[in-house]
Design a protein around this ligand. Structure first.
Ligand code: AMP
Ligand code: MG
Length: 366
C-alpha cells in the first residue's frame, strides 16, 4: 500500500475533549465564580480570545479559544444566569488535546506494506486519502484430491466423503486477505491430477489437499516432480500435518497439504498464511500465540510438535486452556468446539496442570 501522510496538523486546533467550560486555569480555582461570555459548538469558527476572569461554554470537539488553557467538565460546575461556579480547581491543560499532538502536518501515518484494517482505513479517510494504491491480492488455486471425495452438494456413496477441505481452505484464503480460485477435486490418477495441477499453476499459489502421504495412490509429489517442481521441504516435524509439501513450479508456489481436514486447517495457518502475507506485499504476521495455564496434566509423543484443538477461557481473568477430546486429524467437530490449538513442543512429553503453555488462536475467532 502507498504511504499516507497527514495533510495538516491533528487535531487541527486545540480541541476540547469534554462538554463544559473553557477557562484560564489560574482563574478557575475551587469555589471561583466566572462570567460565561458565550458558547462554542463543534465546528464553530470562534476567534475571540478569552478575557481574564471569564469563561466560555464549550462542546466536545470544539476549538478552545486563545487565552483558555483548560476545560472544566460541566458536571463539576453550577450555573446561575451568566455566572458559573467551579466546584474544584482546574489544572492547566486538562481536557484539551493541543494542535498537532496526534500528528504533525506531513507525518507518515501509514507506511508502505501496512495492512488495511478498520483503523487504517479510518486513518486514510481522516486525512482525505480517498484513493490508495494497494498490492493485488494473491490468487490461490484450491485443488482437493482423492477418489473418495465428492462435492458437498452431492450425496456421498457409503464409502465416499464430501469435500470439506476446499471449503475450509477457501475460507482461510479469504481470511488471509487473498483470492480463492476453486478448482474442485482431482481423482488419484496421474493424468487427471496433472491436468488439474496445470490449471492451478496459472495462479500465484496452488494449495492442494490430500495425496501427499506414503500411500500407493498419493500422487501429488510425483506429478509435481514430473512438472519440474523445485521442492523446499516435503515433511515437517508436526502433528497433525507431517507430510506437508512446499515447492515452486514455474512462478507458482505450491503447498501440498495433507488431506485429513484438521491437518489441512493447521498446516494452512502455519505455512500458507505467512507466504500469502509476503506475496501480498505485507510483513508476515507472526503466529497469533498466547501464553495460558494448562488446566490438566497430559502426555504426548515426544520428538514432534503437536497442535491440538483446545479451548481457551478466562475463568478468573487469567487465560486457562484445556485440550479437547478428539479422534485425531479427521475430527472436524472437535475443531468447531475449539477456539485455539494447544502447542506441545517437540522436546516435551509430559505437561503438568498449572504450567504455562502456548496456544495458537484461531484467527477467525480472535
Ligand atoms: P490423504 O491425505 O489423501 O491420504 O487423505 C487423508 C484423509 O483425509 C482421508 O481420510 C481422506 O478421505 C480425507 N480427505 C481427503 N481429502 C479430503 C477433502 N477434500 N475433504 C475432506 N476430507 C478429505
Ligand atoms: Mg487421498
Amino acid at each position: 500500500m502507498s504511504e499516507v501522510r497527514a495533510d495538516r496538523d491533528y487535531p487541527p486546533f486545540d480541541r476540547s475533549v469534554r462538554d463544559g467550560y473553557a477557562v484560564c486555569a489560574r482563574d478557575a480555582v475551587a469555589g471561583a465564580k466566572l462570567r460565561c461570555v458565550g458558547e462554542i459548538r463543534a465546528g464553530d469558527n470562534w476567534t475571540a480570545p478569552l478575557r481574564p476572569a471569564t469563561c466560555v461554554q464549550i462542546m466536545t470537539g470544539a476549538a478552545v479559544p486563545e487565552g483558555a488553557d483548560a476545560v472544566v467538565m460541566i458536571e463539576f460546575t453550577k450555573r446561575e444566569g451568566d455566572m458559573i461556579q467551579f466546584d474544584r480547581a482546574a489544572s492547566a491543560g486538562q481536557h484539551i488535546v493541543l494542535r498537532g499532538n496526534e500528528a504533525r502536518n506531513g507525518d507518515v501515518l501509514l507506511s508502505v506494506g501496512a495492512r488495511l484494517g478498520f483503523a487504517e482505513v479510518a486513518q486514510a479517510a481522516q486525512v482525505g486519502a480517498v484513493e490508495l494504491s494497494v498490492a493485488r491480492k494473491p490468487r490461490v488455486a484450491i485443488l482437493s484430491t482423492g477418489d473418495e471425495v465428492v462435492s458437498p452438494e452431492q450425496a456421498p456413496g457409503p464409502f465416499q466423503i464430501r469435500n470439506s477441505n476446499s471449503v475450509s481452505l477457501a475460507s482461510q484464503v479469504r481470511l488471509a486477505g487473498a483470492e480463492p480460485v476453486l478448482l474442485g477435486n482431482a481423482p488419484d490418477r496421474a493424468d487427471k491430477l496433472r491436468a488439474a495441477i496445470e490449471q492451478g499453476l496459472k495462479e500465484d499459489v496452488l494449495v492442494l489437499s490430500g495425496g501427499v502421504s506414503m500411500g500407493k495412490y498419493d500422487l501429488v509429489e510425483p506429478v509435481l516432480k514430473e512438472l519440474g517442481a523445485e521442492f523446499y521441504f516435503d515433511a515437517v516435524a508436526i502433528r497433525p500435518g507431517k507430510p506437508t509439501v512446499f515447492a515452486r513450479c514455474g512462478d507458482t508456489f505450491v503447498f501440498g497439504l495433507p488431506g485429513n481436514p484438521v491437518s489441512t486447517m493447521v498446516t494452512f495457518e502455519l505455512f500458507v498464511v505467512p507466504a500469502l502475507d509476503l506475496l501480498g506485499g505485507a510483513k508476515p504476521r507472526p503466529l497469533p500465540l498466547l501464553g495460558a495455564k494448562l488446566s490438566h496434566s497430559m502426555t504426548e509423543k515426544p520428538g514432534i510438535a503437536h497442535f491440538l484443538p483446545a479451548r481457551l477461557d478466562w475463568p478468573d481473568g487469567a487465560p486457562s486452556v484445556s485440550a479437547l477430546k478428539w479422534q485425531g486429524s479427521g475430527d472436524i467437530a472437535a475443531v468447531t468446539q475449539a477456539n485455539c490449538f494447544l502447542v506441545i513442543p517437540a522436546d516435551r512429553e509430559t505437561l503438568t496442570a498449572g504450567e504455562t503453555v502456548s496456544v495458537v488462536l484461531r484467527r477467525d475467532l480472535a
